[in-house]
Design a protein around this ligand. Structure first.
Ligand code: BTN
Length: 269
């Protein structure tokens, strides 16, 4: 099902082998597929071990959160999905994915990024939060049976190069190369994101989520003290973001009470 790994990706992965743990081993590369999350789920259903990673150069049916599609043209982004099986870490994988992308992109390219709850990776815009542009997204999809959780597929899409984004995306998206004003190699970004994710997973698998939550809070300054509007399954809600709870829920102060948002979309006002 997979194709030979391009040499630039292979070299970067080799350079981070000691820091990646089991992430990226084995790694299946495809020049094009429907969705790397679907391919990784097929491997997981056949018993692939935790850390099995699928990377594609293009996706024809890439998907994002909330039923959206993820624009995935050839050569413009990194599209990867990782098979995760650790039940202790599972509830925190979306938060860990966002942190790992910020840490990995900075390690590989120097570009500073931020997180917008729950796990959008965006450009920092200190004074005007609404002007942030999305660079990457994380989609965790769980599969359970009567025996409990079978696996989580952690999908990550990172915009590397400028692309002809669809009109509804163009106003809100950017790429690493656009922000840096120079070309960027995909290999080090892939390898450093996997290494950063491995570092976040170590305490999580021991049952200690506090290092991840501390890091997430530091990388998501707008999750505290910013006026927000939230579109939730239960309706629209306006208030002031006041951080995340230890289970990852966004806390929003609305008048005298604090609401917990566990799913939905945040818009800065
Ligand atoms: C989001 O909506 O922000 C999440 C986007 C996740 C996109 C990635 S690309 C690799 C993997 N395969 C998919 O179909 N989706 C995820």
């Amino acid at each position: 099902m997979s194709e030979p790994l391009p040499t630039d990706l292979a070299a970067a992965l080799e350079a981070t082998a000691a820091r990646r743990g089991h992430l990226g081993s084995p790694l299946h590369y495809l020049s094009e597929t429907t969705s790397t999350n679907d391919v990784a789920a097929t491997y997981a259903d056949r018993g692939a071990p935790e850390g099995t990673t699928v990377v594609a150069a293009a996706q024809t049916s890439g998907r994002g959160r909330l039923g959206r599609s993820w624009y995935s043209p050839p050569g413009a982004g990194l599209y990867l999905s990782i098979v995760m099986r650790d039940k202790t870490a599972a509830p925190y994988l979306t938060l860990a994915g966002g942190v790992a992308v910020v840490e990995g992109v900075r390690a590989a390219t120097g570009l500073p990024l931020e997180i917008k709850w729950p796990n959008d990776v965006v450009t920092p815009t200190e004074d005007r939060p609404g002007r942030r542009r999305k660079i990457a997204g994380v989609l965790a999809e769980a599969s359970s049976s009567a025996d409990g959780l079978q696996h989580v597929i952690l999908g990550i899409g990172i915009n590397l190069s400028p692309a002809a984004y669809p009109p509804d995306v163009a106003a809100r998206a950017s790429s690493i190369e656009t922000e840096l004003g120079r070309a960027v190699d995909a290999g080090p970004v892939l390898a450093e994101v996997l290494a950063a994710l491995a570092a976040e997973l170590r305490p999580l698998t021991r049952g200690d989520a506090s290092p991840l939550l501390t890091r997430w809070r530091a990388l998501a300054p707008s999750s505290r003290g910013t006026a927000v509007q939230c579109e939730t399954p239960a309706g629209r809600l306006s208030g002031v973001a006041s951080g995340i709870a230890d289970d990852g829920a966004l806390l929003v102060r609305v008048g005298g009470r604090v609401e917990r948002i566990i799913a939905g979309e945040v818009v800065w006002k």
